[in-house]
Design a protein around this ligand. Structure first.
Ligand SMILES: Cc1cc2nc3c(=O)[nH]c(=O)nc-3n(C[C@H](O)[C@H](O)[C@H](O)COP(=O)(O)OP(=O)(O)OC[C@H]3O[C@@H](n4cnc5c(N)ncnc54)[C@H](O)[C@@H]3O)c2cc1C
Length: 496
């Protein structure tokens, strides 16, 4: 091993934890400084009266990425949690009485497509074969490029492949050229919401997410999504990482273009390298002196952010047999809601929303005979947040949810907490209260994303959902590995 280095990581989200696992496994002295009282960042948990709520992510997609991560440490996901494939994966409620349950089996899904649109089954198979090519190409040839310089992509083979990825066409155009049924279209356009964008602004390359969704499947780690955090914390600690909680970093001290110390409440942590897993805008604008900022406020203000969210964590003291684990409420007009997120930022006139009930799969997250429910309504970042607005939208979501499942349960709510824009800002130092970073539109993809390597502070690296490869749990884990690799390259250690 090269000389043992002191590496300070700011933030214990998936990206920070991932970087810590790799670097401590290489024998370095790694310390994570986390402002909150538990690790996991946006994937923290909230526990009350026997309920355990995952506060952020709830969809376990791309199990291959998790296996690859654990594999680096000689483990598999099964060493830490029991992974269940959900079948049906999820339900989409449309207006009126229409709904689709998305089956885990591809043959069954082909049947669903055929019923909704003559010839739709065959077209789905072709569409998914194309999506598989994109997924495999993106995951092998693109995802781990740090996108520092455009020349990284100067490779004839890669340029050829880029055309096949349909980078310049929108996801919407590609889907709608093949499918006419509005319900199938919205099913296939839905993953763009994961990317924090709208289908017309998302490059068609991202139909690879349809492969992730419909072929690789929707999974659930028993015990909840926070089990992934616990697994990563264990690997990090077993390799010697120190995870210090309640440590709000106030400054990164830079001397002669190098980060030398990280300061927390009058205490300093010396560093040979610093990785910032905290939100990029906050790290730059608050923790660094102005001369070391790569981007100014004007740049940040011009970025298209992914939506924020209004969230509710609800405990219900009875079972709701009609509810599935994942339920998407697409029973209102998507275009209007998208307009109110991206173009005329305001509280939505008729929102789409999502309800998750992990207690349908996992008895450990709610007391016996009760349900654990999570509501998520996408919302424009940077708008006004008030208790009255939260409550207004709670009523709207509850009314629609109860009507769709044909059961009233508002009076049975025994635990309730909301989480919205001001909480994202306060708890995660999130820019404009964004929930999952920058929207994955073409002008914010790869080389157009905020850079992982600071051009002004030699040994400072950014990781997480606001840099490459982008938002989501799997990309954040990959981002941490990429940042770790850059540190190892710089200190001329064996690379991972
Ligand atoms: C509501 C919601 C639902 C989501 N659903 C899904 C999903 O279903 N599936 C999926 O794959 N992805 C989902 N995502 C996205 C995914 O959760 C994120 O992309 C991912 O967790 C981001 O990880 P990160 O490490 O980049 O950032 P974070 O998790 O935000 O970690 C950053 C850490 O830095 C800390 N920090 C900030 N400032 C400081 C400071 N000054 N000092 C010390 N520490 C600091 C923060 O407290 C935080 O712990 C969802 C996100 C949200 C919010």
């Amino acid at each position: 091993m090269a000389e043992k280095k002191k590496i300070v990581i700011i933030g214990s989200g998936f990206a920070g934890l991932s970087a810590a696992c790799y670097l401590s496994a290489e024998g370095h002295d790694v310390t994570i400084l986390e402002k909150n009282d538990q690790a996991g960042g946006r994937a923290r948990i909230w526990q009350k009266d026997g309920f355990t709520f995952d506060m952020g992510p709830s969809w376990y997609w791309m199990p291959d990425v998790f296996e690859e991560f654990f594999g680096h440490f000689g483990k598999t996901a099964a060493d830490f949690y029991d992974l269940k494939r959900l079948d049906p994966a999820y339900r989409i409620y449309y207006s009126g009485k229409d709904q689709i349950d998305v089956p885990a089996s591809l043959d069954a899904l082909v049947e669903v497509f055929e019923q909704k649109e003559k010839g739709g089954g065959k077209k789905l198979r072709q569409f998914l074969a194309d999506a598989e090519y994109k997924y495999k190409t993106a995951m092998s040839d693109y995802v781990e490029r740090i996108s520092d310089k455009v020349t990284e992509f100067f490779d004839f083979k890669l340029i050829g492949k880029s055309f096949q990825l349909h980078l310049l066409q929108s996801l919407r155009k590609e889907v709608r050229a093949k499918f006419k049924s509005p319900q199938l279209v919205s099913l296939l356009e839905f993953p763009s919401l994961f990317l924090g964008s709208t289908p017309d602004n998302t490059p068609a390359m991202y139909t690879m997410m349809n492969y992730a969704d419909l072929v690789l499947g929707t999974w659930y780690p028993m015990g909840g999504m926070n089990q992934i955090v616990q697994a990563m914390v264990k690997i990090a600690k077993d390799n010697g990482t120190k995870i210090l909680l309640n440590q709000t970093v106030e400054k990164i001290q830079v001397v002669k273009g190098r980060a030398t110390e990280v300061m927390v409440n009058g205490k300093t942590y010396q560093a040979d390298s610093v990785i910032a897993g905290s939100d990029y805008h906050h790290t730059e604008q608050t923790l660094l002196d102005a001369e070391y900022h790569t981007y100014d406020e004007k740049y940040w203000d011009s970025r298209v952010l992914s939506p924020s969210s209004l969230l509710f964590y609800i405990g219900v003291n009875k079972k709701l047999p009609e509810l599935l684990h994942h339920n998407l409420f697409f029973d209102e007009d998507f275009e209007t809601h998208a307009q109110e997120i991206y173009h005329e930022p305001s509280w939505p006139s008729a929102p789409l929303f999502y309800a998750s009930a992990p207690s349908k799969t996992d008895p450990s997250v709610a007391p016996e005979g009760m349900e654990n429910i999570f509501l998520l309504m996408p919302l424009a970042p940077g708008i006004e947040d008030s208790e009255a607005m939260r409550e207004k939208y709670f009523k709207i979501m509850m009314k629609r949810l109860q009507k769709k499942i044909g059961e009233q349960f508002e009076a049975n709510i025994v635990v309730k907490r909301s989480f919205c824009l001001t909480d994202f800002e306060k708890d995660y130092n999130s820019y404009k209260g964004n929930a999952y970073g920058l929207a994955n539109i073409l002008s914010q993809t790869a080389i157009w994303k905020p850079k992982m390597k600071s051009p002004k502070v030699k040994n400072l690296f950014y990781t997480g959902q606001l840099t490459v490869p982008g938002p989501g749990v799997p990309p954040s884990i990959i981002s941490g590995r990429m940042a770790a690799r850059e540190v190892l390259r710089q200190i001329k250690a064996k690379t991972i």
